[in-house]
Design a binder for this molecule. Structure first.
Ligand code: NI
Ligand code: MN
Length: 231
């Protein structure tokens, strides 16, 4: 699996020959000027919740690519009313897509769509594949969330994680100290950080965050925007 950082909480994932975009916030992020929106041509767009810093560029990407949105029922319904196709899920549910499985899991956060429409409950995604001979990587994308004891259910109900993508910027989500506990809850030793540095209240000390994880025997990876991690 290849994971490219699009800035803030946005990622582009290449998995079993499919292209997934997660939570795109590019045109409104001065730090993501090196990302060319027109080049994104995903098969699916995964949305953790309805906040502007996660959905800003969904309509333009979806209209160019004809991608299918995967999110909670409320968010998918909102986009379907705009003529964008979607696959609705809700907490605890799994579904097998052509690229592999997704389980929509709990997050502790709020969710409202940009026009004030109720955005359902925030979630996260566990993504994996069980077919032999294909990429069997399993990753957890937490979405915006507080540290929650529900994360302990993930290793009990999903395959072993190769990577956890966790928010680390504090203020709106977990800070890196709580994210290191979350990594232990989900039993991931490799963590990709997101939701940091984009706005003044979430600017973090990178070295302090990386050292904090290292002291617990965990690896925190912070990608430059546009860079790709292979797991
Ligand atoms: Ni949010
Ligand atoms: Mn956010």
């Amino acid at each position: 699996m290849e994971i490219r950082y699009l800035g803030h909480a946005g990622f582009q994932i290449r998995f079993n020959d499919f292209d997934l975009v997660i939570d795109p916030f590019i045109s409104g992020n001065p730090m993501a000027k090196n990302i060319n929106l027109d080049e994104l041509n995903p098969d699916f767009i995964l949305l953790t919740h309805g906040h502007q810093d996660h959905v800003l560029d969904v309509e333009s990407i979806a209209k160019n690519s004809k991608a299918t949105i995967i999110s909670n029922f409320e968010i998918v319904s909102w986009y379907e009313n705009k003529g964008i196709q979607g696959h609705p899920m809700n907490h605890g549910g799994r579904y097998q897509f052509d690229f592999g499985w997704i389980k929509y899991v709990h997050a502790i956060h709020s969710s409202v769509l940009p026009d004030g429409t109720y955005g359902g409950n925030s979630g996260g995604f566990v993504i994996w594949n069980e077919n032999q001979g294909k990429d069997n990587t399993c990753i957890y994308i937490a979405g915006d969330t507080a540290l929650t004891i529900d994360m302990k259910l993930i290793p009990q109900t999903c395959p072993t994680l190769d990577l956890a993508v966790l928010p680390i910027g504090d203020n709106f989500t977990m800070g890196y100290q709580d994210a290191a506990i979350a990594a232990e809850f989900v039993q991931a030793s490799k963590i990709l950080g997101c939701h940091f540095d984009t706005f003044p209240p979430i600017v973090i000390d990178h070295k302090a965050a990386i050292d904090h994880f290292k002291n617990k025997g965990l690896e925190l990876i912070l990608l430059d925007i546009g860079k790709t991690l292979t797991v």
